[in-house]
Design a protein around this ligand. Structure first.
Ligand SMILES: Cc1ncc(COP(=O)(O)O)c(C=O)c1O
Length: 352
């Protein structure tokens, strides 16, 4: 008997992740600290009062309003779902199915995985040798048939931490005007000086993707959103499962958005620690650390398997990236607490 499963799904690999337990967990680019206890308490108290037997808003309207106010965007152009990874699939459904998904290589795995699963032609343009996004190569690839679909650019880029310049993005946005949706994935935008909202405001075919999973410290809550022009948002909402955002997700995110002070403090910590760890890693005799605009650092080692195992043996978990195109020998470490970063550095043979 053969199961009626589409060949594209059968041929697709599993998501490239295996969970490993370790005391110092620096492998998933999460926040170094949990959602503040006092905010958890407020959220839990509110949850106690709210009815759980009722459906939530059709499209999380109250949460969209609060997100939009916080981010200085129109609520009519804001679409919230259960994680930005859901939005990546929905954006491929919106404009990539039967057309093309164009992105860089290596990149956050889901753009390519979703393209293959959903039957989009996939073009992946290699990064520059300095690990930056090659916008000229992306623009040249827009002409390949089918010459329409979705372009994904992560800014900052994952897993390198490099940052595509806003001038380059503007050129790309202009080149995408006919037939392409340009998705700028800003999962790590809090850790950079300038985001791409101004550019997105000027171009109705540009969509920004954001998440509560990184700087907000709410990866376990599963919430992400798109900031788009009104028409793209209206069409995208048709693909979002109705009543998909739960009462738990809504309440916790509303509490966070009402008291965002902790976010600024944490981002400041991460930026300080990123610079400190970067400086110390530069003194490593054989490792090479890349400058980063995100909450993680990419390090090239002579032997990633050996370095990963040696760190893990001392309780420090980082992510291997050495099987990705152009990232031979590379490991990625999330910036943790000062103590976690010290443990990482000592285990790597360095004095913090
Ligand atoms: C570039 C990028 N986009 C999106 C995501 C997914 O975010 P979410 O937790 O909102 O699904 C990640 C997660 O690591 C990421 O690195």
């Amino acid at each position: 008997m053969s199961l009626p499963i589409r060949p594209a799904v059968q041929a697709s690999p599993d998501y490239p992740f295996s969970a490993i337990e370790a005391p110092v967990k620096l492998d998933q680019n999460e926040s170094f600290a949990d959602f503040p206890a006092e905010l958890k308490a407020i959220a839990l108290e509110r949850l106690r009062e709210l009815p759980w037997h009722r459906y939530t808003d059709l499209h999380a309207e109250a949460l969209c309003d609060a997100v939009a106010r916080h981010d200085g965007w129109a609520a009519s152009g804001t679409v919230v779902t259960t994680g930005s990874n859901v939005l990546i699939a929905l954006l491929v459904q919106l404009a990539g199915m039967g057309a093309r998904v164009l992105t860089v290589k290596p990149n956050f795995a889901l753009y390519g995985l979703d393209a293959r699963l959903l039957g989009a032609a996939l073009t992946e343009v290699p990064l520059h040798t300095n690990l930056g996004t090659d916008v000229d190569a992306l623009i040249a690839a827009l002409d390949e048939a089918p010459a329409r679909g979705v372009v994904f650019v992560a800014r900052p880029h994952a897993p390198t931490g490099s940052l595509c310049g806003l001038d380059d993005l503007e050129r790309l946005a202009r080149a995408c005007q006919d037939g392409w949706l340009l998705v700028i994935d800003e999962a790590y935008h809090h850790f950079t000086a300038h985001d791409a909202r101004e550019l997105a405001r000027r171009h109705p075919h540009v969509v920004l993707l954001r998440t509560f999973s990184k700087a907000w410290g709410l990866a376990g809550l599963r919430l992400g959103y798109a900031l788009a022009g009104d028409e793209v948002a209206r069409q995208l909402r048709k693909l979002v499962p109705p009543f998909g955002v739960s009462v738990l997700q809504t309440v916790c995110a509303l509490v966070a958005l009402e008291r965002p002070g902790y976010l600024r403090e944490r981002v400041a910590h991460t930026l300080r620690e990123r610079e400190r760890v970067f400086q110390v890693l530069q003194t490593h005799p054989t490792w090479q650390v890349m400058p980063s605009h995100a909450n993680f650092l990419l390090v090239r080692t002579p032997d990633a398997a050996q370095a990963h195992a040696a760190l893990l043996a001392q309780g420090v978990l980082v992510r291997r990236q050495d099987r990705l195109h152009g990232l031979e020998g590379c490991l990625r470490m999330t910036i943790g607490t000062a103590a976690e970063n010290d443990t990482f550095l000592r285990t790597a043979g360095l004095s913090p």
